[in-house]
Design a protein around this ligand. Structure first.
Ligand code: PMP
Length: 450
């Protein structure tokens, strides 16, 4: 769908232009032509508390009237201090030191540099390699991209980046070779151990992963054994475990951090997206004192962005987190997420080309396949991941899709409405999704082995 605008001076990734947004409220967005869309992916899993929340807007107005910027090397500011303290309270375990940034790429890159600074400070200077998963996405700046694995984004820039080791993401749903889920999870975790040994454990700094996969793996959840075992392996070799919770954090999976679903706490966490929730560019890195103190003792963290701890962004983040707590949006996410997931599983009976439904809380996805038994993907030339999004868009439902690259391909679709969604929104999403899948089925003449 191209639309609306005459050629402009603005550019994004491609020539694709979408309708112009006019206003947004709750889970809905209206364009300038008056069409209404249900924001079924919260943008890119960002608008977690919905649009135009009056209390967040008021908190931002209040802060605007006081000060919108105070450079952190000149002034402390109250919203940043208060927000750090709220985050420390909401995060599990000993995660209680907060470093602010302005988005996800900044957060993951900061997490990596913090890990390196920590190991330097404690005298483990040979450690620099960050092992991550393929596929994965940790951000588009060159440092964050080097630990990502998604060919369309990473390949063009490969010569400019230091190559970092990758292990396969635990896409156990593709492995139908008789292992039970716990064994399958362990098998993937052991691939990490093998890779560490191959690299030389003393050269490995950290293992970074999205605890529930995001854009490149479509809400991928591993068996419990995977989380437990990867934590053990990191401990065995003194390697820091970094969770990229840019998409999963701040309640999206029904807990404040997705890490809380498993008995395997990370050493460093990256947050963004739902933290500013579309009200302000905001991200953070959270780590325990035991990671931070040696860095500060050794002379400080040689890193920081001009906008870090911006008072206006922090006032927005503070109001967003207060909203999540005051209205139990994490409880709502767990409840409504179960309902939506059950509905999506129901669609599998009607559409045999849905091969998998997965996710946690309101971070949900389904994958389309040519054959449910073999999980063979739909042919790439069908462009199913583009088509279905456009079909749904025309029916006033926004979903988010990608075709997995690097390894086994597959078209997946993320259904991640705001955490304020209710039963009626679930019905509307499922109704529009059903209609859209019917149109896709007819368009592609899909006859798929069930
Ligand atoms: N990490 C993850 C898991 C993400 O999903 C994203 C964004 N899709 C990023 C990092 C990068 O965030 P940003 O686009 O805010 O830089």
């Amino acid at each position: 769908m191209t639309a609306g605008l005459v050629p402009s001076h603005l550019f994004y990734q491609s020539r694709l232009r979408r309708p112009t947004i006019a206003r947004a409220e709750g889970v809905y967005i209206w364009d300038v032509e008056g069409r209404r869309y249900l924001d079924g992916s919260s943008g890119a899993m960002v608008s977690n508390i919905g649009h135009s929340n009056p209390r967040v807007l008021e908190a931002m107005r209040e802060q605007m009237n006081r000060a919108t910027f105070g450079y952190r090397l000149h002034f402390e500011n109250e919203p940043a201090e208060q927000l750090a303290s709220v985050i420390a309270d909401l995060c599990p375990g000993d995660l209680d030191r907060v470093f602010f940034v302005s988005g996800g790429s900044e957060a993951t890159e900061t997490a990596i540099k913090l890990a390196r600074s920590h190991k330097l400070a404690v005298g483990e200077t040979t450690r620099w390699k960050v092992i991550s998963r393929a596929p994965s996405y940790h951000g588009c700046t060159l440092g964050a991209l080097a630990v990502s694995s998604y060919d369309p984004l990473t390949e063009p820039f490969a010569p400019m980046m230091r190559e970092m080791p990758k292990v396969p993401a635990p896409r156990c749903y593709l492995d139908r070779d008789g292992l039970d889920p716990e064994q399958a999870g362990l098998r993937y975790a052991e691939m990490l151990r093998d890779r560490i040994l191959a690299e030389g454990p003393e050269s490995v700094l950290a293992f970074m992963m999205e605890p529930v996969g995001g854009a490149t793996t479509g809400a991928l959840v591993a068996p419990d054994s995977y989380y437990r075992r990867t934590r053990e392996i990191c401990d065995e070799f003194g390697i820091l475990l970094i969770y990229d919770e840019v998409m999963t954090g701040v309640g999206r999976t029904g807990r404040f951090l997705a890490a809380e679903h498993w008995d395997a706490m990370p050493d460093i966490v990256a947050l963004a997206k739902g933290f500013g929730a579309g009200y302000a560019p905001l991200g953070a890195v959270v780590a325990p004192q035991r990671i931070i103190e040696p860095v500060l003792d050794a002379g400080g963290f040689a890193h920081g962005f001009t906008y870090a701890g911006n008072p206006l962004a922090c006032a927005a983040g503070l109001a967003v987190t207060r909203e999540i707590v005051a209205h139990d949006l994490m409880g709502n996410t767990a409840r409504i997420g179960d309902l939506l997931k059950a509905g999506m599983e129901g669609l599998m009976a009607r559409f045999p080309f849905i091969g998998d439904v997965r996710g946690k809380g309101l971070l949900l996805a389904f994958e389309l396949v040519a054959d449910r038994q073999t999980m063979a993907p739909l042919p790439a030339h069908l462009d199913a991941y583009v088509r279905l999004v456009d079909i749904a868009y025309e029916r006033g439902l926004i979903i988010y899709s990608r075709r997995t690259r690097g390894g086994r391909e597959g078209d997946h679709f993320m259904v991640c409405p705001p955490m304020i969604s209710d039963e009626n929104h679930v019905d509307e999403i499922l109704g529009k999704l059903t209609e859209s899948l019917q149109v896709l089925e007819a368009q592609l003449n899909l006859s798929v082995a069930a």
